[in-house]
Write a protein that binds this ligand. Structure first.
Ligand SMILES: Nc1ncnc2c1ncn2[C@@H]1O[C@H](COP(=O)(O)OP(=O)(O)O)[C@@H](O)[C@H]1O
Ligand SMILES: [Mg+2]
Length: 248
């Protein structure tokens, strides 16, 4: 089991945003979390890399285990290397070169022992994100010169450069055209051979296309979770059925 969540409750001030969430995310799967806007999907992802702790009024109760280790007891910097995140809007550092955008995190975390190793890891990350062929001749040019679809693959490469065990993707295709969306979806299916992906999507057809398991969230709770095929063909809960048919 790659990620295990037990009784997770998150509040901001006196507003409870996640309410007793239990989940098991098996390794080497794409695990989709879907649900209407405001249901707590992004908050759940932000617990997994403890990004949620940046909010001063947050309270987190419950347990999350990454391969048996309680994430709240792990070294934070180490956890954030192992659990990487890609957001809806690509956020490369615009003035920094394509190369440096991928290399920077590795340098800051001292993850490469030599310049050569650094270059290798940057190249490998760009290859895994299927961007290398498009940028190999202009690694020194600013990231801002890339198209939106390329920038999304650049931040994916930046995440992959850490060689994470878990990749959190929060509506990663919400701002992409169909061609770039299809590319990211293909990449997810490819990447799960090497890591575990938790994908937040508010678009059920995407969950149906790429995921192995789906959790349906509503108002901070998991309504239903199961293998993707079953969730779409035989939902057990009426709310799930209404959501996947577009009625919710
Ligand atoms: N830092 C925060 N402070 C206060 N409320 C927040 C914060 N982050 C999220 N929320 C609230 O928590 C609820 C769930 O948000 P979110 O996890 O972003 O949902 P989703 O990603 O499913 O749209 C929303 O009502 C949102 O306004
Ligand atoms: Mg969200």
């Amino acid at each position: 089991m790659s990620l295990r969540v037990r009784g997770l409750t998150v509040s901001f001030g006196n507003m409870r945003v996640l309410d007793g969430v239990d989940l098991e995310v098996p390794r080497n799967t794409v695990f989709a979390v879907m649900g209407p806007s405001g249901s707590g999907k992004s908050t759940l992802l932000r617990v997994f890399n403890r990004l949620v702790e940046i909010y001063p009024d947050v309270r987190v109760n419950g347990e999350v285990y990454l391969d048996g280790a309680n994430i709240f007891e792990l070294d934070l910097q180490r956890l954030r290397v192992r659990v990487q995140m890609v957001f809806q809007l690509p956020n490369p550092i615009p003035n920094l070169s394509i190369y440096e955008n991928v290399a920077l995190g590795l340098k800051l975390n001292r993850l490469a022992r030599s310049r050569r190793e650094l270059e290798e890891r940057v190249r490998r990350a760009l290859e895994r994100a299927q961007l290398w062929d498009e940028v190999r001749d202009r690694l020194g040019s600013p990231a801002s010169k890339l198209s939106g679809g390329q920038q999304q693959r650049l931040v994916l490469a930046r995440a992959l450069a850490f060689e994470p065990e878990v990749l959190l993707m929060d509506e990663p295709t919400a701002n992409l055209d169909p061609v770039n969306t299809a590319r990211i979806e293909e990449l997810m299916v490819e990447l799960k051979r090497e890591l575990t992906i938790v994908l937040v999507t508010h678009y059920p057809p995407q969950a149906a296309r790429v995921s192995d398991y789906v959790a349906f969230m509503y108002r901070g709770r998991i309504v239903e979770v199961g293998p993707t095929g079953e969730m779409f063909t035989r939902p057990r809960h009426e709310l799930t059925e209404r959501y996947v048919t577009g009625a919710l």
